[in-house]
Design a protein around this ligand. Structure first.
Ligand SMILES: *Cc1c(COP(=O)(O)O)cnc(C)c1O
Length: 407
């Protein structure tokens, strides 16, 4: 695999401008420094890079294609293309960084991968990587989410992972993070905490971005071959921000390519707790060990956040996004629940692709751009497929879209 892991940012201490870094206890800092050193070594190690490239090709099914959505384009008037990360093994982009992290953990002699999960997507991708590489896997998950996301819990257990319920507080993602952190601190030597997006203390925002950059590197070459040039616009949804940076990274130096990150406006962008639009509504602060824009309540605690898409439901965002916002290299927009659900059904019916409800936010914004007069090309990252969402979407919204619940 070509070594594309060469960047000027972050700096040695993990900062993108003023954002990022590592704000953790001394004892853990030592462990994170070891991870940083090990990561630096593997980016120079052809054997590692070739093993990862081989898994991407033969296990994940890479390269994922770019699809020219001709019907959608004709209907709305801009040329819309999609990078099909939904076609990856396990159904989303997350397998790209889970395999990288799992291979690194194995190289470091770790025995067990651990992580928290909200909707279960990161948990399933990590449990998959653990099964493949013969590592143990503990996934921490809020008791409420365990009930709501039952199929993913079953998947993780079938794959041999242990799902550990977080039973305190609101029993959702934030409590799962707390529980995973407690579990990690007990034994950071044999365990590896595999963070699920471009967030957390250094080196994770850098490392997860680098593992995801395969998406944009492929896309750039594919788009060139299909059209003879670069896309005019890139669009991706932003939860923590890994699928967005994965696609955008390869184009950051191409000044003519505009980049749009789409945040969830949920039920109401103007009411705290009813959205998760961190870059649009947040302020810089420190949370979960790194500095970035975040949504805080009056006490400085992470705000309750909400989106119909559990994968976008996070009160902070990757530090590189905060930096790209401040230097105005990326533009951040919002799409609300209703617009995302409309796009979910629209893409299903016009192109025969059922998107993840997270990815539907990107689809909705691409459609909106076209409706507002954009005539150039738009390449969006279709970060995942919607199988996981069909039950709750048809239950909540199906009747508005002519889906009769047959049960
Ligand atoms: C988890 C997830 C996201 C959000 O995570 P990012 O790190 O922002 O990419 C988006 N789409 C899908 C399908 C997901 O599973």
């Amino acid at each position: 695999m070509k070594n594309t892991f060469k960047h000027t940012l972050p700096n040695e201490s993990g900062f993108f401008g003023e954002y990022g870094g590592s704000f953790i206890p001394e004892q853990l800092q030592q462990i994170f420094d070891e991870i940083t050193s090990a990561y630096k070594r593997i980016t120079q190690d052809d054997e590692f890079l070739n093993e990862l490239a081989d898994l991407y090709e033969h296990y994940v099914g890479r390269p994922s294609p770019i699809f020219h959505a001709k019907s959608l384009s004709a209907k709305y008037g801009a040329d819309i293309y999609m990078k099909r990360e939904d076609l990856n093994h396990t159904g989303a982009h997350k397998i790209n960084h889970c395999l990288g992290e799992a291979l690194l953990a194995k190289r470091m002699g770790k025995k067990k991968l651990i992580a928290e999960t909200g909707a279960g997507q990161h948990g399933v991708a990590l449990a998959t990587a653990a099964a493949l590489l013969g590592l143990e896997c503990d996934i921490y998950m809020g008791e409420v989410d365990i009930k709501k996301e039952h199929p993913n819990v079953v998947r993780m257990e079938i794959l041999g992972a242990k799902v550990i319920p977080a039973t305190h507080g609101r029993r959702t993602l934030k409590e799962a993070v707390d529980a995973a952190f407690d579990g990690y601190v007990k034994d950071p030597v044999t365990q590896f905490y595999a963070i699920g997006s471009v967030v957390g203390p250094h080196p994770f925002p850098m490392m997860v971005r680098d593992f995801q950059s395969i998406v944009g590197n492929e896309a750039k070459a594919q788009f060139q071959e299909m059209t003879g040039g670069n896309p005019n616009n890139l669009v991706a949804c932003v939860g923590g921000g890994s699928n967005a940076l994965g696609l955008f990274d390869a184009f950051l130096d191409d000044a003519s390519v505009r980049m749009f990150g789409v945040e969830p406006a949920g039920r109401d962008l103007n009411q705290d707790g009813e959205h998760a639009a961190t870059l649009t509504k947040g302020e810089p602060g420190i949370m979960h060990g790194f500095k970035s824009y975040m949504l805080q309540d009056a006490a400085g605690e992470p705000q309750e956040v909400y989106s119909v898409a559990s994968g976008l439901d996070y009160p902070s965002v990757g530090p590189q996004h905060s930096y790209l916002k401040d230097i105005e290299r990326m533009e951040y927009k919002t799409i609300n629940d209703k617009e995302a659900i409309d796009a979910f059904f629209e893409l299903s019916r016009v192109e025969g692709i059922i998107p993840a409800v997270e990815s539907a936010h990107a689809v909705a914004y691409a459609i909106k751009m076209a409706q507002e007069g954009e005539k150039g090309t738009i390449l969006l990252n279709l970060s995942g497929r919607g199988d996981k969402d069909i039950d709750f979407i048809t239950e909540l919204y199906g009747s508005d879209y002519g889906v009769t619940n047959l049960l």
